[in-house]
Design a protein around this ligand. Sequence first.
Ligand code: NBP
Length: 491
Amino acid sequence: MSAPTGDIGLIGLAVMGQNLILNMNDKGFTVVAYNRTTSKVDDFLANEAKGTNVQGAHSIQELCAKLKRPRKIILLVKAGPAVDSFIQQLEPYLEKGDIIIDGGNSHYPDSIRRTQELEAKGLLFVGSGVSGGEEGARHGPSLMPGGSTAAWPAIKQIFQKTAAQVNGEPCCDWVGETGSGHYVKMVHNGIEYGDMQLIAEAYDILKRGLGIHESEIADIFTTWNKGVLDSFLIEITANILKFNDDDGVPLVTKILDKAGQKGTGKWTAIAALDAGTAVTLIGEAVFARCLSAIKDERVRASKVINGPQKEPFRGDKQQFIDDLEQALYASKIISYTQGFMLMRETAKELSWNLNYAGIARMWRGGCIIKSVFLGDITSAYEKKEDLESLLFDDFFNKAVHKAQPGWRRVIAQAVLWGIPTPAFSTALAFFDGYRSEVVPANLLQAQRDYFGAHTFRVVSGKENPRLPQGQDIHINWTGRGGNVSASSYSA
Ligand code: NBP
């Protein structure tokens, strides 16, 4: 048999797999394609891949035999049991140092498990976030690989050449250990939920608050896309608002206001709750979709629950639109601050060494949240690798201070109008909580000790012989209970 010539194998010839193969082929790599239903291999070679260097395989054995060592095989199949099934089928044909890469939307705990199981057998595993959908896969996705660190030098060139490029830099870098690639992809999707919700709230304020028509709102978004909000989502929003149905009515006004979700936003919110990190904006974005989904109940409620009397806006309209731009910008800064806080917390918990500047760089292009703003986040983490929070970075600190007055005016006005702004409002509430040296958790602690003997600690300088510093204290608040406290201090 002749020497193998395949640089990389790919299993899964659906939309993502086919497009990624063609992209890697364009970049000069020889790809060997395989699919469970093998007739799809022949169809692909005879059609989309005709005239390329793509090779086909009709069995796992043939696929592995056609690959140069160390073998690199990407799975782009439905997340879940299909991934484990292919790993099992591949194992007998792989040798020490060969690499299995899962590019599907797997949940990160699965990638942690798979890395550990395969490393124990001398194989390497990479769980890679792939973002950008069909278009990204074909012309340059954002790739977020993490897992067995030893695999990175072997796949780096293929991954970085295949990924989207921004200013000559690839939107792909090594994320970190075990399940971190899929974790970062999950947070990316959560942030995407947040960005979309913020834009929807801005649209609602412009439409229901200021009474502006979709075509004019499109112009406002087009203008915003030339400034600090320059991003793919703002750009497509302007295009959507300009898109009229055959009768000249904006199509968006005919779309039922019930949002769907596939679950990655929910995963991020759950991960945040598990990590005890206040990722409030993504949480609100998920809940806003849940509230949108109970359309029938909302319709019934709208008949019996009244909001405030709608007053016409009497202020400076352009000033308010400028304020809204700043409100959106500031809220976005908070959302990314929270997303990076979550990654930092999880990295601590799971002993991952995450590459934060690299993560922001990976998101600058090729994915749904791509934006100029991510270039500023990259710079912030390049300046200070262990940046505690984006709000401590000079650039973002100044930006959020500048935005603050307009941000508050917008939320205050929306509250008076009775227009819901869950994402804008939670961002501001987080900001005000985060910058508060003192929050009312002292009262919560007192309540917890009162009803459950959960104990509390005293502020330094407030101690007395009964209230010593640095100790868990229980007080008999009513004079009736005993002095026994709950066994553990859990703030
Ligand atoms: P799908 O998620 O629709 O998966 C289709 C592929 O999975 C086919 O190759 C199919 O083989 C294979 N497959 C299935 Br379904 N069940 C299988 C099983 N039990 N055992 C073996 N193979 C099985 O494809 P996709 O939309 O291209 O997405 C691929 C991955 O990339 C998914 O994890 C997806 O979540 C992720 N992703 C998708 C997008 C996107 O925009 N679509 C973006 C980013 C990531 P068959 O041909 O024999 O049925």
